[in-house]
Write a new protein. Sequence first.
Length: 370
Amino acid sequence: MYKRLFTTLLLLPFHFLFAQKNTLTGFPKGYAPEEVGKLIAYRFIDKKHALHAGKWISYPETFYWSGGLKFATLTGDTALMTLLQNKFELLITSEKQLLPIKNHVDLNMFGSLPLELYQITGDKKYFELGMPYANTQWEVPGNAKPKEKEWAEKGYSWQTRLWIDDMYMITIVQTQAYKVTRDLKYLDRAAREMVLYLDELQRPNGLFYHAPDVPYYWGRGNGWMAAGVTELLRYLPKDHKDRPRIMKGYRKMMKSLKKYQRPNGMWNQLIDEPDYWAETSGSAMFAYAFITGVKHGWLNARQYAPAARKAWMAMVPYVNEQGAVAEVCVGTNKKNDKQYYYDRPRRTGDYHGQAPYLWCVNALLEKVTD
């Protein structure tokens, strides 16, 4: 009897941990990630391109597309996969002019999309299309500006600019390049860059200014960082020299985000401003970071799994019957003006919001083995 009691007591922490992680399953009808993901992913198929500067496939579209591909893979939806791949084929044939050039952090990230397709299909043409975007991020062009050359001489990407958005744009294409080559130089690049941004931009409260000269905690800007550091930690080896520093920055940010989560489960356009409006794209990025952190054991499940579930349950009602996410802040430049962030237009169906919702869906569906 005593032996049984002792064994039961030993197992209690494990049962409790399972129960906490289990709060990320068993959603009511209408909230299941499969349902929400299908609505959002299929919406993309017949929509027009969202072009950068009216010329090239933009980063929000790139991430919406890749999110749909991952969803199709996770759910075994071959019909969706075919539709997404057929749409991409046009970029290789009749829409070649829409392929982004390789001269800016917001354009080079496009390479992450064909590299995702390469992992799914094994078709070398996707590899050959995607890799130059990762490589040219560290190949200084002849017409580079002095500051760009200075960053490169220090071992960073010449596209460095110390905007928090960059920590997804750079990280995603470099980690994808690592996944298809297994060459650690790509992770080393991303990790070195991440440490720089953590050191320069993370504030004592764990959040990030939009840029050094813009002292505001913008929601989606912080979301790019939250998602980027999460993505990097998924693949960075446990013995990598930069992993402790990056994990420390990640956990510091997650602790702050948990503190600033609104009672309704969302986060505001300016995170620390309680009177600002709830914004969906940033909230989805934070939820993604929470979900992934709990599943990988980086975050305490007892504390963060309920917060992640609360966020998801708050997010879903913003998705309409056509799969369009409401209350998405439009593309936003940096500006040292607090009112500027409050006044940003809000849209429904903006790809800045569609993509992060799919990241959450995929994180909820993924089976983690580590």
